[in-house]
Design a protein around this ligand. Structure first.
Ligand code: ATP
Ligand code: MG
Length: 585
């Protein structure tokens, strides 16, 4: 690939948690990783115990677990001991409401302290926690509550009136509504959460769940179609903990900021669990993205490890165009990104703006935790997702007509990214969709639905989702490669490409482009961008056509919805749009 490799110095390698990738990957074993956690007497394992109780028992209760920054800049700190007490109160409250282990507790909350209290209290009580995007409309909320047979919903009074009240009686399983932010008395048949926590028992013995007990239900982003409910168990905490240490380089004393929305799997695995099991301080900002605010938080809070997403990086790059002031962040040690391919441009911009690169990593709702990553100690090949985590066996496979798969061992063979299904946080099923779950496995592999390549050094390169890959005149074209080349053009802020049917080539490539701030779309620019793409990619792979947009359609977890661009272009049904956040303009 044509981008320069970013080398890590000897000091950077020696200082990293994972110092020597090859040696540690070879020696790794999940049983030993499990022994890093204390577990409960009698073989029980509970995520909340590892995230909270263990630290308090070891004398770490005074350390700050959560530093919450409100929209209006109010700051509220909760120590590990205080967060544990609040979670105990929440668990006691659930018990007093006759919520049993295995019951489902949903949260529709923004980034407010009650979210963390509810998540950890639910797990302490042995119940199952399911977060949903608070920006969902009433319909997608109701649909997901129905699929998961919700028993309890934790939300705010404002969200309740806007999005829940109208359908609450349509869900027979839903027994209790707990509302944060009730200015007066709670609405009829709802419980004022603050008042109930104030009188709940602050002592609660964490339920001794077994490793295979269901802990979390997470809905996928719905990028490719109807969202699936992925079931995760308490054993997943082993992967959360270890990958937090190895892939995110977390260590006690860190100030860690994860910008993911709490309604998405990243918001739980790396927005709550991994940082707490690793004993760090979690910075939580209630507000939405704002380039200037983010710059201020990174500096004022002395963030040491920052986990964000490609859309956010691209928005920061847009803001940088009008205000290219380098970030001065001496405390920041490590930056990582997940959710979508991170274009090489964005990795290199990190070095220009922050003096250090973004480390891309790959995983899915189904995998529960990071599977492939660029580690702190490893040289970065911009555009590559990095190498499999210690304990994770990845491969590139080809499917045969009989449904079996075969591993493609030659470097840069294009195939489906597959994983040996033996890590602790792998999904245990899709709720009520046995058949869909079964189809994820073949010949001893878990099949991810993403296409990728592995180079001779063992680095993985994302090509595209199997559904998004374009077949044109005998070439297989990955949208990511084309989009990354389009983004090299100085006028391009964002790009999405799709394949359109063509009687001769099979498919041709069409690109949708959003321009950088202040630039006017027009014929000369269109020709210039097409010319650049042809020169870099060759005429067979370069887009045939470009359409300019102000904004591209994205899911709430920040993923480009190429399928929607395609459906609209071809006049086909638009499909499930429940997770669509930003519309095409
Ligand atoms: P659905 O499965 O409902 O269509 P989704 O796959 O977008 O939605 P998630 O589980 O949130 O739902 O996203 C996982 C997917 O996101 C991966 O399979 C991959 O396609 C993409 N992805 C995540 N991280 C990366 C990355 N670093 N590089 C490239 N793609 C990534
Ligand atoms: Mg998926």
């Amino acid at each position: 690939m044509s981008w320069p490799v970013i080398r890590k110095s000897a000091a950077e390698r020696a200082g990293a948690n994972l110092e020597d990738y090859d040696a540690e990957a070879a020696a790794f074993d999940w049983a030993a990783a499990r022994a890093e956690l204390s577990g409960l007497p009698g073989g029980g394992l509970n995520i909340a115990h590892e995230a909270l109780d263990r630290h308090v028992a070891a004398g770490g209760g005074d350390r700050t677990a959560l530093r919450w920054i409100g929209r209006d800049d109010t700051v509220r700190d909760l120590s590990y001991a205080e967060l544990t007490e609040q979670a105990n109160r929440f668990a006691s409250l659930l018990r007093s409401l006759d919520v049993k282990p295995g019951d489902r507790v949903y949260a529709v909350l923004g980034r407010i302290p009650e979210l963390y209290v509810a998540a950890l209290g639910t797990l302490k009580a042995g119940a199952v926690f399911t977060p949903l995007f608070s920006a969902f409309g009433p319909e997608p909320l109701q649909a997901r509550m129905e699929i998961g047979e919700a028993n309890v919903l934790v939300t705010t009074e404002a969200l309740y009136h806007r999005k829940v009240e109208a359908w609450r009686d349509a869900i027979p399983s839903l027994r209790h509504l707990l509302l944060a932010g009730c200015p007066g008395a709670a609405p009829a048949r709802c419980i004022d959460l603050e008042a109930a926590l104030a009188t709940a028992d602050p002592v609660f013995e964490t339920v001794a769940t077994r490793p295979e007990d269901m802990a979390l239900l997470h809905f996928t982003s719905g990028t490719t179609g109807r969202p699936k409910g992925a079931v995760h168990v308490h054993e997943a905490v082993v992967a959360h903990h270890v990958t937090g240490r190895t892939a995110l380089d977390l260590r006690p004393g860190d100030i860690y900021w994860c910008t993911a929305d709490p309604g998405w799997v990243t918001g739980t695995s790396y927005g709550i669990i991994a940082p707490l099991t690793n004993g760090v301080t979690l910075v939580v900002d209630e507000a939405e993205f704002d380039a200037e605010r983010w710059r201020r938080i990174l500096g004022e809070q002395k963030v040491t490890v920052w986990y964000t997403a490609p859309t956010a990086v691209r928005m920061l790059m847009k803001a940088w165009d009008s205000d290219p002031r380098p970030y001065d962040l001496p405390a920041l040690r490590f930056m990582a990104s997940v959710g979508e391919p991170l274009n090489p441009e964005a990795v290199l911009w990190g070095v220009e703006a922050f003096g250090r690169p973004f480390h891309d990593n790959w995983w899915q709702t189904e995998t529960g935790g990071i599977m492939i990553a660029n580690f702190a100690s490893m040289d970065i090949k911009p555009g590559s997702m990095g190498r499999p985590l210690p304990g994770v066996t990845a491969g590139i496979v080809e499917r045969a007509a009989d449904g079996s798969v075969r591993e493609a061992l030659e470097p840069m063979a294009l195939g489906e990214l597959a994983l040996r299904p033996d890590w602790p946080s792998i999904l245990r099923g899709y709720l009520h969709e046995e058949e869909r779950f079964r189809k994820c496995f073949a010949s001893g592999w878990y099949l991810t639905g993403d296409l990728a390549m592995r180079d001779a050094d063992g680095y993985y390169w994302f090509v595209g989702r199997a559904d998004d890959v374009i077949k044109s005149a005998g070439h297989l074209i990955g949208p990511f490669e084309v989009e990354s080349v389009l983004m090299e053009h100085p006028a391009v802020a964002e790009a999405a490409v799709i394949g359109l049917p063509d009687p001769i080539a099979g498919e041709t490539v069409k690109a949708y482009v959003a321009l950088r701030g202040g630039l006017e779309a027009g014929e000369p620019l269109r020709r210039d961008i097409l010319g650049h793409a042809r020169k870099r990619l060759g005429p067979a792979v370069a887009p045939r056509d470009i359409a300019f947009r102000q904004n591209l359609p994205k899911t709430r977890s920040g993923k480009l919805m190429r399928r929607l661009l395609k459906a609209r272009e071809l006049g086909l049904p638009e499909g499930d749009l429940s997770t669509l956040e930003s519309e095409e303009r």
